[in-house]
Design a protein around this ligand. Sequence first.
Ligand SMILES: Nc1ncnc2c1ncn2[C@@H]1O[C@H](COP(=O)(O)OP(=O)(O)O)[C@@H](O)[C@H]1O
Ligand SMILES: [Mg+2]
Length: 248
Amino acid sequence: MTEQQANHDPIIIVEGVTRIYQVGSNQVHALRGVDMVVPRSIFAAVKGRSGSGKTTLLNIIGGLDRATAGKVILDGRPLDNLSERQMTLMRRHMIGFVFQSFALLPTFSAFENIELPLRIAGVPRRERVERVRRALSVVGLSRWANHRPHELSGGQQQRVAIARALANRPALILADEPTGELDSVTGREILALFRHIVEEEGVTVLMVTHDPKVEEFAHRIYEMVDGRIDRVRDTAVTPFALQQPMAV
Ligand SMILES: Nc1ncnc2c1ncn2[C@@H]1O[C@H](COP(=O)(O)OP(=O)(O)O)[C@@H](O)[C@H]1O
Ligand SMILES: [Mg+2]
């Protein structure tokens, strides 16, 4: 983490990214030339209406989908040069995903859900236990470790999903509408948790959403309209470092 914090290069650079879906004989232009730069260790949000291209953009940044044209540079590495295998490894080691629907395994406890990606990544048992406990503690669920998803509220389930993303010690957490299924009080708690982990753990969070509450919590907002970033602005909670002219 120290190395990452010392690195002032942006964690995400997107240049002229387009994504065209072929649907029968029609072409759907989901992204029409996206440019964006996201500095490290901030809580960034892409805000836009449904259909504006947010999920497509997040999936391309996370290597789950490929751009039709343009460039994505993640942590200094251009994604278009990576094979599928390299992309999978990059995702596993560098990125944590959080989804609207939590995506927890129903028969697994909170602990086991958080532990699973660590098993897949080959983390030894003793270290897994340590990391899971710590992640549970960061999201405030230490006492719920042995509960299954159906025994937890929606907000608690989303906390488990965030702990699962965090346990892998990613440099970047990508979240797609993570408050979409939560009431507004619980949604606020999740947004506050994202900001907390950015400020305490040094991770970068990029969230896409149409939730207006994000304005109160994110450091920087990228406004997306019809497949493009229309405007970028820093919010009132932006850390001082970001207010330096484009040191980002
Ligand atoms: N797999 C796909 N095939 C065809 N069209 C798609 C696909 N995914 C998204 N789209 C279209 O691309 C546009 C942007 O979608 P999306 O990225 O999901 O927007 P958002 O997340 O902002 O709601 C929409 O018009 C959507 O219908
Ligand atoms: Mg979407």
